[in-house]
Design a protein around this ligand. Structure first.
Ligand code: NDP
Ligand code: PMR
Length: 414
């Protein structure tokens, strides 16, 4: 274990946390990114293509022109209706596959790149009659609102049963922040703010269903009460939420939720804290009055998804091995997809205010048989689902109340 850690850490520090050279073109992620104006770059790099025009003009690019057609004469009304963000890759795609295997679900694939999703449907041989594709750019609040309008125009005959907030970006080695169209740092803006608005707007649509559920994907690395989140630098920490407060007050191009300078790996972890906090706030504010079950989950370390697309090749080769053979926290995309699907399909998950995890290798909760066994909740394969504990920060009601207040203001809600 020690040798592995040293190897990974040494290589990280030599090669800049496994990130590729800064000038590498950032294809998929960067298309919608705008770099900060009037701010001297800390490092001279070629940034993502800048989207020109005022946010309102940009937003039009992201709206579906009309509600999508249902393929194959499918009767949506007979199936449970699921909205799944980020269905085009990694965990989202494997969740989509798991839902298709289980039958009885119609999935609205809420994706930023419709053409990519169309390709994926073809290449993976998915049942096109049990899904539809709708544009959702989480880095553009207008696009989130348009998505909700399109969904309402589309579903017509049945309420929304399940909302799965899964999409995310991880930008660990960007030398400076990239921003959403609304001027919010992308990890915070896409992973948290976009999903926050989406979940809030869809509460009315969910509450009419018979067993409504909303799952927001969290992570162990946002929880400082774990090895992955507590020992591995940087630790998640929202501080006094000064950044989010300023953004809510109208300041553009805030780099971090805590108000400090941009730090990509931390921005991701902070965004996961916000995701989990949002779930607890939604539970506290809406569960009793609407019957919606809110949950978050940690799927295990799916160490080979495109989430790590910005890392160097050596990291992408070593990291899954490290997670498989050292921490025991590795889980395959397929199994992780089963887990996320389980959160909405399993009657045992009909509970609210829960952060679900799986004990790797069928290990009993809290019991470590040998020192090399994965720690409880590390997430490795073959384990049982259990209700996990989040960190003190995630459970901090005063902080999460502020997070709620600032984010609501930022997205234009009370
Ligand atoms: P991927 O990069 O494979 O998938 C991320 C998805 O989010 C993609 O479909 C991507 O679209 C989509 N997305 C990115 N930006 C936007 C945007 N602006 N608007 C709409 N959609 C967007 O990563 P994973 O599957 O690994 O991650 C999925 C979830 O799992 C995330 O919430 C992550 O935090 C969480 N997670 C992952 C772990 C892991 O080990 N991989 C561990 C713990 C949690 P596109 O296909 O166009 O790129
Ligand atoms: Mg981490 C049981 C220990 C454990 C678990 C479950 C994870 C999960 N990690 C663990 C331990 C360690 N990691 C140790 C000891 C190290 C030092 C060598 C280490 C390093 C490390 C790096 C460099 N781990 C990482 C990275 C990343 O870039 C990933 C990250 O932080 O993304 C934010 C990551 C992850 N480790 C995890 C998980 C699940 C990740 C992936 C991302 C995520 O949380 O979504």
């Amino acid at each position: 274990m020690l040798v592995w850690c040293l190897l990974l850490l040494a290589a990280q520090s030599v090669a800049g946390w496994g990130a590729p050279v800064a000038a590498r073109p950032r294809a998929a992620h960067a298309v919608h990114g705008a770099s900060a104006p009037a701010r001297a770059p800390r490092v001279a790099v070629s940034m993502a293509p800048v989207v020109v025009g005022k946010p309102a003009q940009q937003a039009r690019l992201y709206s579906s022109p009309e509600p999508p057609k249902v393929a194959g004469g499918l009767k949506v009304g007979q199936r449970k209706l699921v909205v799944l963000t980020g269905a085009s890759s990694g965990l989202g795609l494997s969740t989509l596959k798991a839902l298709q295997k289980k039958k009885g679900y119609f999935v609205v694939c809420a994706v930023r790149d419709v053409a990519k999703m169309q390709r994926v449907v073809k290449e993976e041989g998915l049942d096109a009659g049990a899904l539809t594709i709708m544009k959702l750019e989480l880095g553009n609040l207008k696009s989130v609102r348009d998505f909700v309008q399109n969904l309402r125009a589309f579903k017509l005959t049945r309420p929304l049963d399940y909302l799965i907030c899964n999409a995310a970006v991880y930008l660990p080695k960007d030398p400076q922040a990239r921003f959403t169209d609304d001027g919010i740092e992308q990890s915070l803006g896409i992973n948290h703010v976009g999903h926050f608005l989406l979940a809030r707007l869809l509460i009315d649509d969910l509450k009419a269903a018979s067993d409504p559920r909303c799952v927001i994907v969290g992570s162990i690395t946002g929880n400082t009460n774990t090895i992955g989140g507590g020992l591995v630098y940087p630790r998640a920490d929202l501080g006094d939420l000064e950044g989010l407060r300023s953004a809510a007050a109208g300041q553009k191009y805030v780099e971090m939720a805590d108000g400090k300078g941009f730090f990509g790996a931390k921005a991701y972890k902070d965004s996961k804290v916000c995701n989990m906090m949002t779930m607890y706030e939604l539970h506290a504010r809406y569960h009793a009055s609407t019957g919606i079950n809110f949950a978050s989950m940690y799927p295990g370390c799916i160490a080979d998804t495109p989430l790590f697309r910005e890392k160097r090749q050596w990291f992408r080769t070593l990291f899954p091995l490290f997670m498989k053979y050292v921490t025991g926290g590795y889980v395959s995309e397929e199994e992780a997809g089963e887990r996320l699907a389980q959160c909405v399909t399993d009657p045992a998950c009909k509970k609210s205010g829960i952060y679900w995890s799986w004990n790797g290798n069928a290990q009993q909760v809290g019991v470590k048989k040998n020192f090399w066994d994965p720690p409880s909740g590390a997430g490795g394969s073959g384990g049982e689902i259990f209700e996990n504990q989040v960190s003190d920060e995630v459970r901090n009601r005063e902080k999460s109340r502020l997070m709620w207040e600032y984010t609501s203001k930022l997205v234009g809600l009370q």
